[in-house]
Design a protein around this ligand. Structure first.
Ligand SMILES: *[C@@H]1O[C@H](CO)[C@@H](O)[C@H](O)[C@H]1NC(C)=O
Length: 264
């Protein structure tokens, strides 16, 4: 099923056979974005804390950060969207979306720390393009108390203060695992969500509306590849890369806070 030699064209990212025990690593890869532009993506991993983070900047200046916390079954997707101050918007707006990290969504951190690339000048595109996942973010997370869920939320979501969202179904899962319930809050309270217009069709900048934000994680190692050598069992010899898009729907108290959601 898999190529038997690591020199095969698709295996340009290899595992280093390190004798030392490395627990942290940083990998920089060049990635082609959806619009054809190239971005430098940084992948950091720490096998002791059991986390992986992926960060890159979009052509429009938006900084996208993904963090997987394997210990707590949490993934954080953060977008820092640049505003247009001349149009009365803030310098930038932070959005933080927290959801359950499913098993096998991304390679384990202990594999990630051993990942090296042969040629750092290669511009990469994901081998598998995964479809859009739509998430209805109907709960808010209290930043001060967020360490109950994951100690990384505080630093990653710092710039998103009032825009830290999660989903009811994920909250149920974490509560079952003993996470403190006081950190979650149904959001918005006392508002009929069904009646809420979408921000893209709302013209009044002060009207509450349902905002949506779509982002694509352009390139991340989603699976391990195994090769057959002379030994009896296959060994890890590379990764398969994926790209995946997420669409988040969430409440905003006024259309002005959903500046990217314009009818086009
Ligand atoms: C978050 O929790 C802290 C500590 O309980 C509380 O003081 C604060 O008001 C909460 N913030 C929000 C936005 O609910």
């Amino acid at each position: 099923m898999y190529p038997s030699s690591v020199s095969a064209g698709s295996l340009r990212i290899l595992f280093a056979l390190l004798l030392s025990l490395s627990v942290c690593s940083e990998l920089k890869v060049l990635v082609r974005l959806n619009d054809g532009q190239i971005t430098a993506e940084t992948l950091e991993s720490d096998s002791e804390r059991d986390i992986i983070s992926v960060e890159f900047r979009h052509t429009d200046g938006t900084l996208i950060t993904f963090l997987a916390d394997f210990k707590r079954h949490v993934k954080i997707l953060r977008a820092l969207v640049l505003g247009e101050p001349e149009r009365g918007q803030t310098q930038y707006q932070g959005l933080c979306f927290i959801s359950r990290l499913e098993h096998g969504e991304i390679i384990p951190s202990e594999a990630m720390v051993r990942l090296r690339q042969k040629n750092p000048h290669v511009i990469r595109t994901a081998e598998e393009k995964r479809g859009l996942e739509r998430m209805s973010m109907n709960m808010a997370v209290n930043l001060t108390l967020s360490w109950h869920l994951s100690s990384h939320i505080r630093s990653v979501c710092r710039d998103a203060q009032d825009f830290i969202y999660t989903r009811e179904q994920d909250v149920k899962y974490w509560l079952q695992r003993g996470v403190e319930s006081s950190i979650f809050k149904v959001f918005p309270q006392n508002v009929e969500n069904v009646a809420l217009p979408s921000c893209s069709t709302t013209t009044d900048p002060w009207q509450p509306c349902s905002c949506s934000y779509t982002l694509r994680l352009e390139w991340y190692p989603c699976m391990l590849k195994y090769c057959r050598g002379h030994g009896p069992s296959p060994y890890k010899c590379g990764i398969k890369s994926c790209s995946k898009a997420y669409r988040f729907d969430f409440y905003t108290s006024r259309k002005q806070l959903c500046m990217w959601d314009e009818e086009s």
